[in-house]
Design a protein around this ligand. Structure first.
Ligand SMILES: Nc1ncnc2c1ncn2[C@@H]1O[C@H](COP(=O)(O)OP(=O)(O)OP(=O)(O)O)[C@@H](O)[C@H]1O
Length: 322
């Protein structure tokens, strides 16, 4: 069998959650195009509510898309749903565990569910690899949270899928365990498994992934190799206190200003593209008299906004894979 170039290919993906009794309809994905090359360790980064889980759930087959095309390992999720899903191992965000099974039984049941013949099962190998061998016969309710999470990863791998999706794998996981998980994920990636990881920690994506896409408000606002993205994320905030406090942030040509308490406002700029001097010139040109300025490191939300703004105001050559 020839292997596909792309482990996952997503085109024009839209998801609209219908209106509820109290909530309006919500477009969680607004036409996402995304390609995960085979063999990649790919990070999908975005703040809470950006649409990451919606995207993962569509891939996993638990959420129905509104529009668009998705193929997993060359198989279209509409035309070959079972084959597409068989290529995927998914580790969900919430810890779930079958309380009545031991880890060994849990893996055997899962393998049975995927129709893996007894002779091809990897139960011992997986228990060993995820540090659960000495707990193989314990009841799952006796396992710590970290052990349950490792068991979930083992379960996702019983059918030897070529693509592994990890949804916020280290939420609530201590530093030591995080290191162990990362080491294991790196190992299976080196062995050829394509990994898609969602996180809202830049640090995590940066440490693990060779390529990172950023999603914000249902749109991909950046998609680049990790070093390239880090260069682009090199941003600073300038906080301006005007002579006369402003109730709303002023229109500043070429920059997006955001209002701060006390009549001040902030501007996030990319250090590679602008200087503080240029920012201040634009502020003065907008008719604002400056009383005081301060610079600070932006948080991720500022960075996402700056990227969104930059991508809308000009075409971005790094946006899609060449
Ligand atoms: N079942 C649903 N019904 C209505 N709206 C939903 C539903 N699920 C998610 N949403 C909305 O869609 C948007 C995207 O949510 P999603 O859970 O995909 O984001 P996320 O990036 O995964 O965030 P988190 O990191 O918090 O999981 C949010 O505004 C959310 O409120």
């Amino acid at each position: 069998m020839t292997l596909p170039d792309d482990a996952i290919s997503i085109k024009g993906l839209v998801k609209t959650y219908p209106a509820g009794r109290k909530s309006p309809a919500k477009q969680a994905l607004k036409g996402v195009d995304l390609t995960i090359p085979r063999g990649a360790m790919f990070g999908l980064l975005g703040p809470n509510g950006a649409g990451k889980s919606t995207l993962i759930n569509i891939l996993a087959g638990v959420t129905v898309k509104t529009e668009g095309e998705v193929t997993i390992w060359g198989r279209d999720i509409d035309r070959e749903p079972r084959n597409a899903r068989a290529a995927l191992g998914v580790v969900a965000q919430e810890i779930t565990a079958d309380v009545f099974f031991t880890p060994r039984e849990s893996l055997e049941v899962q393998a049975g569910f995927y129709g893996v013949p007894k002779a091809e099962r990897r139960t011992d190998e997986l228990l060993e690899a995820l540090g659960l061998a000495d707990k193989a016969e314990a009841y799952v309710r006796q396992l710590s949270g970290g052990m349950k999470r490792r068991l979930m990863i083992a379960k996702a791998l019983v059918h030897n899928p070529p693509v592994l999706i990890l949804d916020e794998p280290t939420a609530g996981v201590d530093v030591e365990l995080r290191r162990q998980l990362w080491a294991y994920v790196r190992r299976i990636n080196a062995e050829g498994v394509t990994v898609l990881l969602t996180t809202h920690y830049l640090e995590e994506a940066q440490e693990l992934c060779d390529r990172i896409a950023i999603v914000n408000h249902g749109e991909i606002v950046a998609n680049a190799t990790t070093p390239e993205l880090l260069r682009r994320l090199d941003t600073r905030n300038v906080v301006v206190t005007p002579e006369e406090p402003l109730e709303t942030a002023p229109e500043i040509s070429g920059f997006e200003a955001r209002s701060r308490p006390g009549g001040a406002f902030s501007i996030t700029y990319k250090t590679g593209q602008s200087s503080v001097e240029q920012v201040l010139m634009a502020v003065r040109a907008a008719g604002v008299r400056i009383r005081d300025i301060a610079t600070e490191d932006p948080d991720l939300e500022d960075v996402f906004l700056a990227l969104t703004y930059a991508d809308k105001s000009k075409m971005d050559p790094t946006r899609d894979r060449a």
